[in-house]
Design a protein around this ligand. Structure first.
Ligand code: GDP
Length: 453
């Protein structure tokens, strides 16, 4: 396999920039560009050793750097690895990479270091996917959950389920394959117990998916309400920026402005909207149309009402649009005398909170309502969490096969027929962890990584 290299740190000026080299020629290639001040060749160093020296492009010194040596298999990829930690200027790190490539390394593809780690058995697919989640994590809960998966929490959970099924499958297969031997048949009760236990475990993982996703990826959130109820003010409060324009003229927030806010550890991807009023103004009409679409697409809706004036037809239209959706009603301007109370919205919304975007009150109640709606209130980042649709699909497929196995058992079909479905479920779980994933699936997963990881 070729020796690969890439800049593994962010593509921006920084204190340190790391060029990572991995493969069987990592040490000779690093030696070709690196002159240790001690005069020693890197090839004489053991694993986890570092040397200070100069990176050379031919006869020209490019940078002072520290070379850290990792010996196979004790490295991230499981191969020999050298990391050249140089000064973090973009130009400098690129020069160092160029020198390394000229000495025989090939540019690493997106995710190739982690892919090699997977192929060398350093981590399974769920752990590799956790690496990606961890890099993209925007909040504490998300990083804790990703770190848990990286530690193998999900793999272990899947391995437990799979091991129970494999035990039953092996016993059934032995009984079917060696009818003449005195092998004791498993009782229906024993088989049913394992099937039920595994089914429950998978159902639990699947039921946690939505809240896990909310924690890991954030939630598409629409802030809606007629003009002037305080949407922009609320958005600015939540995001802590002044990005959307706040004015006292009705209908001035004309476009959809995307921002993120962190509310109680959950990332909300917010969109400000132009209000829901039908209008003859062509510019604003585009905004209104987008707002309607946004409601359809949003996973969470913050519906804002001005509680200091009576509800209008426009408010009623909004209430109708929000019905049956995951929506919080916000009675804004609660610092002013109230024209109506929570009771007016109780019928349409499961959660109604009084806030004042201007006086910055009511945010705790909003936080609680959001966590309650998304099911993130009692989300435990230290429990096994499915991280993406691929993993969910594998679990669903396994679940269906277990249900078929149970139906076969209940229907009095042969042990062989029961076992076909159990084996199919085991295969689904192996696909999840990557023990059986096809090359194209593996390639697809790693292509979504960044270069250098
Ligand atoms: P939008 O059109 O829904 O985005 O509303 P804005 O955020 O632009 O607010 C409209 C007006 O209401 C502005 O003058 C805000 O200062 C005012 N406003 C917003 N929130 C509150 C609040 O909680 N209390 C009071 N008294 N005024 C508010």
């Amino acid at each position: 396999m070729s020796t690969i290299a890439a800049i593994s740190t962010g593509q921006a000026a920084g204190g340190i920039g790391i060029v990572r080299i991995s493969g069987e020629n990592a040490l000779p290639i690093a030696d070709a560009v690196f002159r240790a001040h001690s005069g020693k060749s890197l090839q004489t160093l053991g694993g986890y050793r570092a040397a200070l020296g100069t990176v050379m492009a031919g006869d020209v010194a490019v940078d002072e750097a520290i070379a850290t040596v990792f010996r196979a298999p004790k490295s991230y990829t499981g191969e020999d690895v050298v990391e050249l930690s140089c000064h973090g200027g973009l130009f400098v790190t690129r020069q160092v990479l160029r020198a390394v490539l000229q000495s025989g390394a090939v540019p690493a593809e997106a995710g190739e270091f982690t892919k090699r780690a997977f192929l060398n058995g350093k981590l399974d697919l769920t752990e590799a996917e956790a690496v990606m989640q961890l890099i993209g994590a925007q909040g504490e809960q998300a990083s804790l959950a990703a770190l848990g998966a990286l530690d193998g929490l999900l793999s272990q959970r899947i391995a437990e389920i799979s091991a129970n099924l494999k035990a039953v499958s092996a016993a059934l297969a032995a009984w079917v394959d060696y009818p003449d031997e005195e092998i004791e048949d498993l009782s229906d009760e024993t088989i049913a117990k394992t099937l039920d236990g595994s089914t429950a475990a998978l159902e639990q993982l699947i039921s946690r998916f939505d809240s896990g996703r909310a924690v890991l990826e954030g939630v598409d959130t629409a802030i809606v309400g007629k003009p002037n109820v305080g949407k922009s003010t609320l958005m600015n409060l939540l995001t802590g920026t002044e990005k959307s324009i706040v004015t006292e003229i009705a209908g001035t927030t004309r476009d959809v402005v995307e921002e993120t806010a962190n509310v109680g550890g959950i990332t909300l991807r917010l969109s400000d909207t132009a209000g829901l009023r039908e209008t003859t103004d062509s510019v604003e009409r585009i905004g209104v149309a987008r707002a309607r679409k946004k409601i359809e697409r949003a996973a969470l809706i913050l519906a804002v009402f001005d509680a200091s004036v009576p509800l209008t037809q426009e408010d009623e239209a909004l209430i109708a649009l929000c019905k049956g959706k995951k929506a919080v009603a916000l009675l804004n301007k609660s610092d002013l005398p109230q024209a109506f109370g929570k009771a007016a919205l109780d019928a349409a919304f499961s959660h109604v909170v009084c806030v004042s975007a201007k006086a910055r009150t009511g945010l705790d109640a909003l936080e609680t309502a959001i966590a309650d709606i998304l099911g993130t209130a009692d989300f435990d980042p230290s429990a096994a969490t499915l991280m993406n649709e691929r993993q969910l699909a594998c679990c669903r497929a396994a679940l269906q096969n277990l249900q078929e196995a149970k139906a076969a058992l209940d229907g009095g079909l042969t042990r062989d027929a029961v076992n076909v479905s159990i084996d199919a479920a085991i295969e689904d779980l192996d696909t999840l962890t990557g023990a059986r994933a096809t090359e194209s699936v593996v390639n697809e997963i790693f292509s979504r990584f960044c270069v250098g990881k």
